[in-house]
Ligand binder design. Structure first.
Ligand code: 1WB
Ligand code: MN
Length: 335
């Protein structure tokens, strides 16, 4: 059962065999960055006993479309699953990002009304990343970019990554900052109790990344840059009052010209991925505006039927439901 409102899901993961194999190779090494815990579980199984998530990630065709049809989902905005190409050396990462983008463009060409896509890039090499970003938008017709938070423990506000921010701004296409596990410097307390990944670590890592963009002042340099974060804003909307009070430009030594809430208003959108909580949704609409919120399932990590059911049943005006389920995504990603 599903309302007739058109549904565009905005954080829907996929992979390709070559990336999965490369992650498997890294996961079999002795590297102990925090993502390795989950990567070892998902990517090191024998081919004839594939992890069910991986099986679904590799399907960007019939099976996925059938599952969307069963649940009344009109479109997946596809993105290469976390941590993308960010575990690899620069040359491997550049090559695999290109390959993933080519495959993604093929899937979109085959099902143009059902799929749209975000381009991957290799932050390890910011200049070549900017080139691939341009190709992704202008040649492949993709609609924005996906990056999985830190790269080798570094964040996008750092000057070496500015070519990436500059390219996104110039191309008029948003960067979706998707989670990965916390960087080495903050990893220790997240090593226990499954806190490394989606339970808690992903949100802390990615919310921290968003706050760095706000407080560094880098968004004064790229005022038209558009950033999307998932998971109901990775807790940032809940913190805005205190972020403004403690981290606004009125505070001594603040490099940022605007308040965090002003960057939220000008430079950010959020998606609902994996937070099927009508109270959190109500709060975000009231705090940052219904024009800022886009629905997402987080396929295959969250099941589709409850993701559809909760948004169908959420107490929303017809106008807000249309915005959150498709209108905002159509505007932000130029679908
Ligand atoms: C999970 C979620 C795992 C995501 C992932 O592995 C990704 C999880 C890459 O629920 O454990 C995700 O994209 O939200
Ligand atoms: Mn996700």
């Amino acid at each position: 059962m599903s309302t007739k409102v058109k549904k565009i899901a905005t954080e829907e993961a996929f992979s390709i065999p070559e990336v999965a194999e490369a992650i498997g190779n890294v996961a079999r090494s002795s590297w102990d960055n925090l993502d390795m815990k989950l990567m070892r579980v998902v990517y090191t199984r024998p081919k004839d006993d594939m992890d069910p998530w991986l099986r679904q990630l590799l399907d960007i065709g019939e099976g996925r479309i059938a599952q969307m049809d069963e649940n009344g989902v009109d479109m997946h905005l596809l993105s290469l699953t976390a941590p993308g190409v960010q575990l690899f050396d620069a040359d491997t990462a550049v090559g695999l990002a290109e390959l993933a983008n080519d495959r993604l463009a093929e899937a979109v060409a085959k099902y143009p009304t059902r799929f749209a896509g975000l381009a991957a890039f290799a932050p390890q090499d910011p200049k070549r990343a900017a080139k691939e970003m341009e190709r992704g938008i202008e040649k492949l017709g993709l609609k924005g970019f996906i990056v999985n938070s830190h790269t080798n423990n570094e964040y996008l506000d750092q000057e070496k990554y500015w070519p990436i921010l500059e390219a996104a701004e110039a191309l008029g296409a948003p960067i979706y900052i998707h989670p990965r596990a916390p960087s080495d410097g903050m990893a220790a307390p997240f090593r226990d109790y499954r806190m490394d990944a989606a339970v808690w670590g992903y949100g802390m890592e990615t919310g921290t990344h968003a706050v760095r963009l706000m407080l560094s002042g880098v968004l004064d340099r790229f005022p038209n840059l558009q950033i999307v974060i998932g998971h109901m804003g990775e807790a940032v909307p809940f913190w805005l009052w205190r972020l403004d009070f403690m981290g606004g430009p009125q505070r001594k030594r603040s490099p940022n010209k605007l308040k965090p809430s002003e960057y939220m208003a000008r430079n950010f959108h959020i998606t609902t991925s994996g937070v099927e909580d009508p109270i959190a949704l109500r709060y975000c609409i009231d705090r940052i505006g219904a024009d800022k919120v886009m629905w997402a399932i987080d396929h295959p990590y969250q099941p589709t039927p409850p993701a559809v059911k909760w948004i169908d049943e959420a107490p929303l005006s017809d106008e807000h439901r249309e915005m959150i389920l498709h209108g905002n995504a159509e505007r932000v990603f130029k679908l």
